[in-house]
Design a protein around this ligand. Structure first.
Ligand SMILES: *Cc1c(COP(=O)(O)O)cnc(C)c1O
Length: 244
């Protein structure tokens, strides 16, 4: 595992402030001033020193994508006071690492994975937040459940012991076409809105599923405009990743 050390001269405090300013401007320009959209720092490919530096600079919500990396960085992140979410595709045989180090798994897209997480958390007597990952763009390469199946999955996952569905996550279309990207984000918001409304009516038990994790370095403004409650930002804070 070849993880990257912090880039010389990198100022994580300044980088965080710049991205937070982008979020504030985005909130204000779509009528969501003060919405408190949360910033998750995606630290994949960066080493424990880089991750610790960004946490110490105030980026305390961290997303890890690869469980081999999380196994290496987990203790450092915990010692620095980070809250860790899993944002990468999670294989069932790596779920143990995920529940050991993370408080939320944003990438639940099957009942089988959720059942495994539920069993592991039961053994540990520790609850776990999860989000349902939805493939809003329909691209074959992307993980996530189809939009039409998301609510049914969220509902059965919520019924499993120890798990709380806190919302929905998506990786947007990688495209400069604002209308197309935003249409995908709107699909996720509509799923979330339906979850909350139908929970009020007693059809689902998804009252806590209000989170919308969507938007990255290149398109966070579009995601905020469509209602994101959390954006996941890597490059704009940590610097460019080596092209893997
Ligand atoms: C890497 C990653 C991000 C951050 O991407 P950037 O373009 O570097 O901001 C966000 N979400 C997920 C799921 C990721 O894997």
């Amino acid at each position: 595992m070849d993880l990257k050390p912090p880039t010389p001269g990198w100022d994580p405090g300044a980088a965080l402030a710049a991205v937070k300013a982008r979020i504030h401007v985005a909130e204000a320009s779509c009528g969501r001033a003060g919405a408190g959209v949360r910033l998750l720092v995606a630290t994949k490919t960066w080493d424990a020193d880089a991750a610790r530096a960004v946490v110490q600079a105030g980026g305390t919500l961290v997303g890890e994508s690869r469980m081999q990396e999380l196994a290496i960085k987990g203790a450092t992140l915990a010692a620095a006071g980070a809250t860790v979410h899993v944002i990468g595709q999670l294989q069932r045989n790596k779920a143990q690492i995920a529940v050991e180090h993370a408080t939320c798994i944003q990438t639940v897209d099957s009942l089988a994975l959720a059942e495994r997480l539920s069993r592991l958390t039961l053994e540990r007597e520790k609850d776990l937040d999860v989000m349902v990952q939805v493939n809003v763009s329909g691209e074959e390469s992307k993980a996530g459940i189809a939009p039409g199946e998301a609510l049914a999955l969220a509902s059965v996952v919520q019924a499993l012991p120890m798990l709380t569905v806190t919302g929905f996550m998506t990786i947007g279309l990688n495209s400069p076409d604002e209308a197309a990207v935003r249409a995908g984000y709107r699909v996720l918001r509509e799923i979330r809105d339906t979850a909350l409304i139908e929970s009020e009516r007693g059809r689902y038990d998804l009252r806590e599923a209000w989170e919308l994790s969507m938007g990255m370095s290149g398109d966070l403004e579009w995601a905020v405009a469509e209602g994101a409650t959390m954006v996941r930002v890597g490059t704009a804070i940590m610097g460019a990743r080596p092209s893997a």
